[in-house]
Design a protein. Structure first.
Length: 350
């Protein structure tokens, strides 16, 4: 990938202000040539925690990264790209992937930069966690896999990445599922202070803004991540084995630097890379998203998130919101895999 996403290659692969600001604080063959799978209208019952591993773990190089990813389903099926958040990893989708694979999809689940087996190719590349960089990584991944278009679905960092892909590269996104809705923001928007209660919810962002926070996260990464899991999903009774499978992804040598840079960048405390400036300029205008979209929210999400009414107007294509009951928290795909997989299938038919 050059300083801008290669447009020739791309063509080839042919609220309230406060609420929106609060959101930001917190192989071969083209897939689009394949028809939608002939899956049932509703998926069978699927219990969270049924699966503990992926059948296939792979690596592929772009010009910036060697990206690790899990894959499931038919090699020639229509593609779904599933994007995880912080502090989580690809195991958020360990029960979603087989459901989608059984419905005929090719499922791609990458480790974001700074997680798992994804590595930078050059030691001199900045360990940049700014949102547009993560989105550009995913466009580069689609290019490397020769995938023209995919359904994009994610939560937390992955939801924001999906939003940015849909806003900047709508021709690459067949449809989108986004937990917590519209997550695009900007450094300028983040200059506006939030009400005290909203600021409190972002305590870790302000902690990461300090050198003490940087050292604290580096020294206590696992305990920090487990605390976020507990507070973001207060009714999710995950066991140690479930957490440990994901926590292994934080052993990535770039993980701490990527996380710290991401949150400091949001507050305007550090610079990004100039090659992403044009993207950030477009994103700062809080662009509409035109691709068909389903947004989702768990009824027990303990992480900062806006009300659905605050972002419904940001989607100009066919749109639907779903609130998932039963004590579902922030890590919605892992806590409610059937509901998440069903949303992917349904939005693909919009």
């Amino acid at each position: 990938m050059s300083e801008q996403i290669n447009h020739h290659r791309r063509r080839f692969f042919s609220m309230t202000a406060i609420a929106l600001a609060a959101v930001e604080f917190g192989v071969a063959g083209a897939a689009s040539a394949q028809p939608a799978p002939a899956s049932p209208a509703s998926l069978p019952d699927a219990k969270a925690g049924t699966h503990t591993s992926f059948e296939a773990l792979k690596q592929i190089k772009t010009d910036v990264l060697d990206i690790g990813y899990a894959e499931a389903g038919k090699a020639n099926g229509p593609v779904v790209l599933l994007l995880h958040g912080w502090p989580y990893d690809i195991y958020s989708f360990v029960d979603v992937a087989p459901l989608l694979a059984s419905a005929g999809y090719r499922v791609i689940i990458p480790y974001l930069r700074g997680y798992g087996t994804t590595r930078f190719l050059d030691d001199k590349t900045p360990r940049n966690g700014q949102p547009s960089a993560l989105a550009a990584d995913m466009i580069a991944l689609l290019d490397a896999l020769k995938i023209e278009k995919a359904v994009i679905a994610g939560y937390d960092w992955g939801g924001r990445t999906a939003n940015i892909m849909a806003a900047l590269w709508p021709e690459r996104c067949k449809a989108m599922v986004s937990v917590s809705g519209y997550l695009i923001g900007s450094q300028e928007a983040n200059k506006k202070p939030l009400p005290p209660k909203a600021e409190l919810a972002w305590w870790y962002q302000f902690y990461f803004a300090t050198e003490r926070g940087h050292l604290g996260y580096a020294s206590n990464t696992y305990d920090f991540a487990k605390l976020i899991w507990q507070t973001a999903s207060p009714k999710w009774n995950f066991d140690d084995a479930t957490f440990d499978r994901s926590a292994a992804a934080f052993d990535n040598p770039d993980h701490v630097d990527i996380v710290i840079h991401n949150y400091r960048w949001r507050l305007g405390l550090v610079e990004g890379e100039a090659k992403y400036d044009a993207y950030e300029k477009k994103l700062a205008a809080l662009p509409m998203i035109s691709v068909p979209t389903i947004t989702m929210e768990g009824d027990a999400n303990g992480a900062p998130h806006p009300m659905p009414s605050a972002y419904a107007g940001k989607f100009s294509g066919r749109y639907e919101h779903r609130t998932i009951g039963g004590g579902i928290g922030h890590n919605l795909p892992q806590e409610a895999p059937q509901a998440f997989a069903q949303a992917v299938i349904d939005v693909d038919r919009f």
